[in-house]
Design a protein around this ligand. Sequence first.
Ligand SMILES: NC(=O)c1ccc[n+]([C@@H]2O[C@H](COP(=O)([O-])OP(=O)(O)OC[C@H]3O[C@@H](n4cnc5c(N)ncnc54)[C@H](OP(=O)(O)O)[C@@H]3O)[C@@H](O)[C@H]2O)c1
Length: 312
Amino acid sequence: MAAPMNICVLGGTGFVGTALINRLAQQGHWVRVPTRDAALNQALQVLPTVRLQRANVHDPRVLDRLVEGADAVINLVGILNERGRNTFQRAHADLAAKLMAALKAGQVRRVLHMSALGADVNGPSRYLRSKGAAEEHVRAASPHADFTIFRPSVIFGPGDSLTNRFAALLRLSHGWLPLARAHARFAPVYVGDVADAFVQALHDRATIGQTYELCGPQVMTLEQLVRTTAAVAALPCRIVRLADEFGRLQGAIMQCLPGKPFTLDNFRSLTLDSVCAENGFARLGLERHGMMDVLPTYLAPNTAATPLALGS
Ligand SMILES: NC(=O)c1ccc[n+]([C@@H]2O[C@H](COP(=O)([O-])OP(=O)(O)OC[C@H]3O[C@@H](n4cnc5c(N)ncnc54)[C@H](OP(=O)(O)O)[C@@H]3O)[C@@H](O)[C@H]2O)c1
Protein backbone atom coordinates (compact mmCIF):
# COMPACT_ATOMS: atom_id res chain seq x y z
CA MET A 1 0.00 0.00 0.00
CA ALA A 2 1.22 3.54 -0.84
CA ALA A 3 2.46 5.78 2.00
CA PRO A 4 -0.37 7.74 3.66
CA MET A 5 -0.81 11.23 2.25
CA ASN A 6 -2.40 14.38 3.61
CA ILE A 7 -5.20 15.21 1.20
CA CYS A 8 -7.61 18.14 1.22
CA VAL A 9 -10.88 17.47 -0.65
CA LEU A 10 -13.03 20.49 -1.53
CA GLY A 11 -16.62 19.46 -2.28
CA GLY A 12 -15.91 16.16 -0.55
CA THR A 13 -19.23 15.84 1.28
CA GLY A 14 -21.28 15.24 -1.87
CA PHE A 15 -22.16 12.18 -3.92
CA VAL A 16 -18.78 11.70 -5.63
CA GLY A 17 -16.81 12.95 -2.61
CA THR A 18 -18.36 10.40 -0.26
CA ALA A 19 -17.40 7.51 -2.59
CA LEU A 20 -13.89 8.89 -3.12
CA ILE A 21 -13.17 9.70 0.53
CA ASN A 22 -14.26 6.22 1.60
CA ARG A 23 -11.58 4.81 -0.70
CA LEU A 24 -8.94 7.30 0.49
CA ALA A 25 -9.74 6.44 4.13
CA GLN A 26 -9.57 2.70 3.37
CA GLN A 27 -6.04 3.28 2.06
CA GLY A 28 -5.07 5.05 5.28
CA HIS A 29 -4.79 8.57 3.89
CA TRP A 30 -5.48 11.59 6.12
CA VAL A 31 -8.29 13.58 4.58
CA ARG A 32 -9.35 17.15 5.39
CA VAL A 33 -12.83 18.05 4.12
CA PRO A 34 -14.03 21.67 4.29
CA THR A 35 -17.81 22.00 4.20
CA ARG A 36 -20.48 24.63 4.72
CA ASP A 37 -22.22 22.33 7.22
CA ALA A 38 -20.15 19.67 8.97
CA ALA A 39 -23.24 18.17 10.63
CA LEU A 40 -24.72 17.05 7.31
CA ASN A 41 -22.46 14.17 6.34
CA GLN A 42 -22.63 11.56 9.11
CA ALA A 43 -21.14 8.83 6.88
CA LEU A 44 -17.82 10.70 6.56
CA GLN A 45 -17.73 11.82 10.19
CA VAL A 46 -17.26 8.26 11.44
CA LEU A 47 -14.15 7.58 9.33
CA PRO A 48 -11.14 7.80 11.69
CA THR A 49 -8.68 9.48 9.29
CA VAL A 50 -11.20 11.96 7.89
CA ARG A 51 -11.74 15.41 9.42
CA LEU A 52 -14.74 17.48 8.38
CA GLN A 53 -14.26 21.16 9.02
CA ARG A 54 -16.74 24.00 8.65
CA ALA A 55 -15.05 26.50 6.32
CA ASN A 56 -15.78 29.09 3.66
CA VAL A 57 -13.63 27.88 0.77
CA HIS A 58 -14.31 31.11 -1.16
CA ASP A 59 -12.27 33.15 1.33
CA PRO A 60 -8.64 33.15 0.06
CA ARG A 61 -7.24 33.32 3.61
CA VAL A 62 -9.27 30.27 4.61
CA LEU A 63 -8.15 28.44 1.46
CA ASP A 64 -4.50 29.18 2.27
CA ARG A 65 -4.92 27.51 5.67
CA LEU A 66 -6.88 24.56 4.27
CA VAL A 67 -4.25 23.55 1.71
CA GLU A 68 -1.28 24.19 4.02
CA GLY A 69 0.92 21.08 4.28
CA ALA A 70 -1.26 19.01 1.92
CA ASP A 71 0.40 16.45 -0.35
CA ALA A 72 -2.52 16.77 -2.75
CA VAL A 73 -5.72 18.77 -3.13
CA ILE A 74 -8.85 17.53 -4.88
CA ASN A 75 -11.51 19.98 -6.06
CA LEU A 76 -14.98 18.45 -6.47
CA VAL A 77 -17.02 21.57 -5.77
CA GLY A 78 -19.84 21.86 -8.28
CA ILE A 79 -23.44 22.97 -8.66
CA LEU A 80 -25.98 22.08 -11.35
CA ASN A 81 -28.25 25.07 -10.78
CA GLU A 82 -27.61 28.68 -9.91
CA ARG A 83 -28.89 30.11 -6.66
CA GLY A 84 -28.65 33.85 -7.20
CA ARG A 85 -26.51 35.72 -9.70
CA ASN A 86 -23.21 34.37 -11.03
CA THR A 87 -23.13 31.38 -8.71
CA PHE A 88 -21.78 29.08 -11.47
CA GLN A 89 -18.96 31.54 -12.03
CA ARG A 90 -18.27 31.75 -8.28
CA ALA A 91 -18.49 28.01 -7.50
CA HIS A 92 -16.60 26.80 -10.58
CA ALA A 93 -14.33 29.39 -12.22
CA ASP A 94 -13.59 31.85 -9.39
CA LEU A 95 -13.01 29.07 -6.87
CA ALA A 96 -10.64 27.25 -9.23
CA ALA A 97 -8.64 30.48 -9.69
CA LYS A 98 -8.49 31.10 -5.93
CA LEU A 99 -7.51 27.50 -5.27
CA MET A 100 -4.65 27.59 -7.77
CA ALA A 101 -3.41 30.82 -6.15
CA ALA A 102 -3.56 29.20 -2.70
CA LEU A 103 -1.63 26.17 -3.97
CA LYS A 104 1.06 28.42 -5.42
CA ALA A 105 1.34 30.41 -2.17
CA GLY A 106 1.49 27.22 -0.09
CA GLN A 107 3.85 25.44 -2.50
CA VAL A 108 1.40 22.57 -2.88
CA ARG A 109 1.88 21.11 -6.34
CA ARG A 110 -0.52 18.20 -6.77
CA VAL A 111 -4.14 18.96 -7.66
CA LEU A 112 -6.92 16.81 -9.09
CA HIS A 113 -9.74 18.81 -10.63
CA MET A 114 -13.28 17.63 -11.34
CA SER A 115 -14.74 19.08 -14.52
CA ALA A 116 -17.48 17.71 -16.79
CA LEU A 117 -17.77 16.46 -20.37
CA GLY A 118 -18.51 19.38 -22.65
CA ALA A 119 -16.86 21.96 -20.36
CA ASP A 120 -15.99 24.84 -22.67
CA VAL A 121 -15.80 28.61 -22.31
CA ASN A 122 -17.84 28.78 -25.53
CA GLY A 123 -20.27 26.02 -24.51
CA PRO A 124 -24.07 26.28 -24.88
CA SER A 125 -24.90 26.72 -21.16
CA ARG A 126 -23.67 28.83 -18.28
CA TYR A 127 -22.86 25.58 -16.43
CA LEU A 128 -20.57 24.31 -19.20
CA ARG A 129 -18.99 27.73 -19.78
CA SER A 130 -18.13 28.12 -16.08
CA LYS A 131 -16.73 24.58 -15.97
CA GLY A 132 -14.63 25.42 -19.04
CA ALA A 133 -13.34 28.61 -17.40
CA ALA A 134 -12.39 26.59 -14.29
CA GLU A 135 -10.36 24.19 -16.44
CA GLU A 136 -8.55 27.15 -18.00
CA HIS A 137 -7.54 28.44 -14.56
CA VAL A 138 -6.21 25.00 -13.64
CA ARG A 139 -4.21 24.62 -16.88
CA ALA A 140 -2.83 28.17 -16.65
CA ALA A 141 -1.30 27.24 -13.28
CA SER A 142 0.76 24.39 -14.77
CA PRO A 143 4.17 26.03 -14.16
CA HIS A 144 3.61 25.61 -10.42
CA ALA A 145 0.87 22.97 -10.30
CA ASP A 146 0.88 19.27 -11.20
CA PHE A 147 -2.74 18.98 -12.28
CA THR A 148 -4.97 16.19 -13.55
CA ILE A 149 -8.44 17.01 -14.89
CA PHE A 150 -11.39 14.61 -15.06
CA ARG A 151 -14.40 15.08 -17.34
CA PRO A 152 -17.15 12.57 -16.58
CA SER A 153 -20.46 12.03 -18.33
CA VAL A 154 -23.45 11.73 -15.95
CA ILE A 155 -22.59 9.73 -12.85
CA PHE A 156 -24.80 7.07 -11.28
CA GLY A 157 -24.63 5.05 -8.08
CA PRO A 158 -26.27 4.82 -4.66
CA GLY A 159 -27.30 8.31 -3.57
CA ASP A 160 -27.09 9.83 -7.07
CA SER A 161 -29.47 12.55 -8.16
CA LEU A 162 -29.89 10.94 -11.58
CA THR A 163 -31.46 7.48 -11.41
CA ASN A 164 -32.87 8.10 -7.92
CA ARG A 165 -34.51 11.32 -9.11
CA PHE A 166 -36.04 9.70 -12.20
CA ALA A 167 -37.29 6.80 -10.06
CA ALA A 168 -38.86 9.25 -7.60
CA LEU A 169 -40.51 11.24 -10.43
CA LEU A 170 -41.88 8.08 -12.07
CA ARG A 171 -43.24 6.90 -8.72
CA LEU A 172 -44.91 10.27 -8.13
CA SER A 173 -46.42 10.56 -11.61
CA HIS A 174 -47.48 6.90 -12.00
CA GLY A 175 -44.97 6.62 -14.81
CA TRP A 176 -45.84 9.71 -16.87
CA LEU A 177 -42.78 11.82 -17.69
CA PRO A 178 -42.61 14.74 -20.12
CA LEU A 179 -38.97 14.61 -21.20
CA ALA A 180 -36.94 17.37 -22.87
CA ARG A 181 -34.07 16.35 -25.16
CA ALA A 182 -35.12 12.68 -24.87
CA HIS A 183 -32.68 11.80 -27.66
CA ALA A 184 -29.64 13.47 -26.02
CA ARG A 185 -26.89 10.87 -25.64
CA PHE A 186 -24.99 9.96 -22.46
CA ALA A 187 -22.53 7.33 -21.31
CA PRO A 188 -23.47 7.01 -17.63
CA VAL A 189 -20.47 6.26 -15.47
CA TYR A 190 -20.46 4.49 -12.09
CA VAL A 191 -19.44 6.67 -9.14
CA GLY A 192 -17.14 3.91 -7.83
CA ASP A 193 -15.25 3.90 -11.13
CA VAL A 194 -14.92 7.70 -11.02
CA ALA A 195 -13.53 7.44 -7.48
CA ASP A 196 -11.07 4.76 -8.66
CA ALA A 197 -9.86 7.10 -11.42
CA PHE A 198 -9.05 9.82 -8.86
CA VAL A 199 -7.25 7.35 -6.56
CA GLN A 200 -5.25 5.97 -9.48
CA ALA A 201 -4.20 9.48 -10.53
CA LEU A 202 -3.00 10.27 -7.00
CA HIS A 203 -0.54 7.38 -7.20
CA ASP A 204 0.52 7.69 -10.83
CA ARG A 205 2.70 10.65 -11.81
CA ALA A 206 2.16 9.86 -15.50
CA THR A 207 -1.32 11.40 -15.07
CA ILE A 208 0.16 14.84 -14.36
CA GLY A 209 -0.84 17.40 -17.01
CA GLN A 210 -3.44 14.99 -18.44
CA THR A 211 -7.19 15.30 -18.93
CA TYR A 212 -9.30 12.13 -18.72
CA GLU A 213 -12.78 11.73 -20.14
CA LEU A 214 -14.73 9.27 -18.00
CA CYS A 215 -17.61 7.36 -19.56
CA GLY A 216 -19.39 4.15 -18.77
CA PRO A 217 -19.31 1.31 -21.32
CA GLN A 218 -22.76 2.01 -22.83
CA VAL A 219 -23.91 5.05 -24.77
CA MET A 220 -27.66 5.61 -24.35
CA THR A 221 -30.22 8.32 -24.93
CA LEU A 222 -31.83 10.12 -22.03
CA GLU A 223 -35.02 8.21 -22.80
CA GLN A 224 -33.17 4.86 -22.64
CA LEU A 225 -31.60 5.93 -19.36
CA VAL A 226 -35.03 6.65 -17.86
CA ARG A 227 -36.47 3.41 -19.25
CA THR A 228 -33.55 1.39 -17.81
CA THR A 229 -34.11 3.06 -14.43
CA ALA A 230 -37.83 2.28 -14.58
CA ALA A 231 -37.25 -1.34 -15.58
CA VAL A 232 -34.82 -1.98 -12.72
CA ALA A 233 -37.01 -0.18 -10.17
CA ALA A 234 -40.07 -2.03 -11.54
CA LEU A 235 -41.92 1.24 -12.20
CA PRO A 236 -44.33 2.10 -15.01
CA CYS A 237 -42.79 4.37 -17.66
CA ARG A 238 -44.74 6.44 -20.16
CA ILE A 239 -42.40 9.03 -21.64
CA VAL A 240 -43.77 12.02 -23.52
CA ARG A 241 -40.97 13.33 -25.75
CA LEU A 242 -41.04 17.12 -25.76
CA ALA A 243 -40.18 19.10 -28.87
CA ASP A 244 -37.45 21.65 -28.12
CA GLU A 245 -39.81 24.63 -27.84
CA PHE A 246 -41.74 22.76 -25.11
CA GLY A 247 -38.52 21.53 -23.50
CA ARG A 248 -37.35 25.14 -23.22
CA LEU A 249 -40.73 26.12 -21.77
CA GLN A 250 -40.49 23.24 -19.28
CA GLY A 251 -37.10 24.59 -18.14
CA ALA A 252 -38.42 28.15 -17.88
CA ILE A 253 -41.35 27.00 -15.72
CA MET A 254 -39.60 24.39 -13.59
CA GLN A 255 -36.70 26.69 -12.69
CA CYS A 256 -39.25 28.73 -10.72
CA LEU A 257 -40.23 25.71 -8.58
CA PRO A 258 -38.59 25.01 -5.21
CA GLY A 259 -35.40 22.98 -5.71
CA LYS A 260 -35.34 23.91 -9.45
CA PRO A 261 -35.90 20.35 -10.72
CA PHE A 262 -35.08 21.45 -14.32
CA THR A 263 -33.86 24.78 -15.71
CA LEU A 264 -33.33 26.52 -19.04
CA ASP A 265 -29.60 26.19 -18.42
CA ASN A 266 -30.03 22.41 -17.91
CA PHE A 267 -31.92 22.35 -21.23
CA ARG A 268 -29.03 24.16 -22.94
CA SER A 269 -26.49 21.70 -21.47
CA LEU A 270 -28.60 18.88 -22.93
CA THR A 271 -28.17 20.29 -26.45
CA LEU A 272 -24.70 18.74 -26.34
CA ASP A 273 -24.27 14.94 -26.18
CA SER A 274 -22.36 13.87 -23.07
CA VAL A 275 -20.26 11.09 -24.61
CA CYS A 276 -16.51 10.50 -24.62
CA ALA A 277 -14.14 10.90 -27.54
CA GLU A 278 -11.66 8.60 -25.76
CA ASN A 279 -11.70 5.96 -23.01
CA GLY A 280 -10.03 7.62 -20.03
CA PHE A 281 -10.40 4.48 -17.93
CA ALA A 282 -8.38 2.42 -20.42
CA ARG A 283 -5.61 5.06 -20.32
CA LEU A 284 -5.64 4.74 -16.53
CA GLY A 285 -5.58 0.93 -16.74
CA LEU A 286 -8.98 0.65 -15.03
CA GLU A 287 -12.10 -1.42 -15.69
CA ARG A 288 -15.55 0.16 -15.56
CA HIS A 289 -19.02 -1.05 -14.64
CA GLY A 290 -22.14 -0.89 -16.82
CA MET A 291 -25.44 0.38 -15.46
CA MET A 292 -26.92 -3.10 -15.21
CA ASP A 293 -23.95 -4.26 -13.07
CA VAL A 294 -24.85 -1.70 -10.41
CA LEU A 295 -28.41 -0.38 -10.71
CA PRO A 296 -30.09 -3.53 -9.36
CA THR A 297 -27.95 -3.28 -6.19
CA TYR A 298 -29.68 -0.08 -5.10
CA LEU A 299 -32.75 0.52 -7.27
CA ALA A 300 -34.44 -2.86 -7.50
CA PRO A 301 -37.50 -3.14 -5.23
CA ASN A 302 -36.66 -4.41 -1.73
CA THR A 303 -32.91 -4.14 -2.36
CA ALA A 304 -30.55 -2.97 0.36
CA ALA A 305 -27.24 -1.53 -0.92
CA THR A 306 -24.68 -4.29 -1.37
CA PRO A 307 -20.88 -4.14 -0.92
CA LEU A 308 -20.50 -3.51 -4.70
CA ALA A 309 -22.67 -0.44 -4.48
CA LEU A 310 -20.93 0.93 -1.41
CA GLY A 311 -17.31 0.05 -1.65
CA SER A 312 -16.12 -1.37 -4.94
N1 LIG B 1 -22.98 13.93 -10.45
C1 LIG B 1 -22.76 13.97 -11.78
O1 LIG B 1 -23.49 13.33 -12.58
C2 LIG B 1 -21.62 14.78 -12.33
C3 LIG B 1 -21.34 14.71 -13.71
C4 LIG B 1 -20.28 15.47 -14.21
C5 LIG B 1 -19.52 16.25 -13.36
N2 LIG B 1 -19.83 16.29 -12.03
C6 LIG B 1 -19.01 17.14 -11.17
O2 LIG B 1 -18.53 16.36 -10.08
C7 LIG B 1 -18.40 17.17 -8.92
C8 LIG B 1 -19.08 16.50 -7.75
O3 LIG B 1 -20.44 16.28 -8.08
P1 LIG B 1 -21.45 15.63 -7.04
O4 LIG B 1 -22.48 14.93 -7.85
O5 LIG B 1 -20.71 14.89 -5.97
O6 LIG B 1 -22.10 16.94 -6.42
P2 LIG B 1 -22.85 17.12 -5.02
O7 LIG B 1 -23.26 15.81 -4.45
O8 LIG B 1 -23.90 18.13 -5.23
O9 LIG B 1 -21.72 17.72 -4.07
C9 LIG B 1 -21.25 19.01 -4.32
C10 LIG B 1 -20.21 19.38 -3.29
O10 LIG B 1 -19.80 20.71 -3.58
C11 LIG B 1 -19.92 21.51 -2.42
N3 LIG B 1 -20.52 22.79 -2.81
C12 LIG B 1 -21.66 22.98 -3.54
N4 LIG B 1 -21.87 24.28 -3.71
C13 LIG B 1 -20.88 24.94 -3.09
C14 LIG B 1 -20.55 26.28 -2.91
N5 LIG B 1 -21.31 27.25 -3.42
N6 LIG B 1 -19.44 26.59 -2.22
C15 LIG B 1 -18.67 25.63 -1.68
N7 LIG B 1 -18.92 24.32 -1.81
C16 LIG B 1 -20.01 23.98 -2.50
C17 LIG B 1 -20.80 20.78 -1.44
O11 LIG B 1 -20.20 20.99 -0.16
P3 LIG B 1 -20.97 21.35 1.20
O12 LIG B 1 -22.45 21.31 0.89
O13 LIG B 1 -20.54 20.31 2.18
O14 LIG B 1 -20.46 22.69 1.57
C18 LIG B 1 -20.69 19.32 -1.86
O15 LIG B 1 -19.70 18.67 -1.13
C19 LIG B 1 -18.97 18.54 -9.29
O16 LIG B 1 -17.91 19.39 -9.64
C20 LIG B 1 -19.82 18.25 -10.51
O17 LIG B 1 -19.94 19.38 -11.37
C21 LIG B 1 -20.84 15.58 -11.51
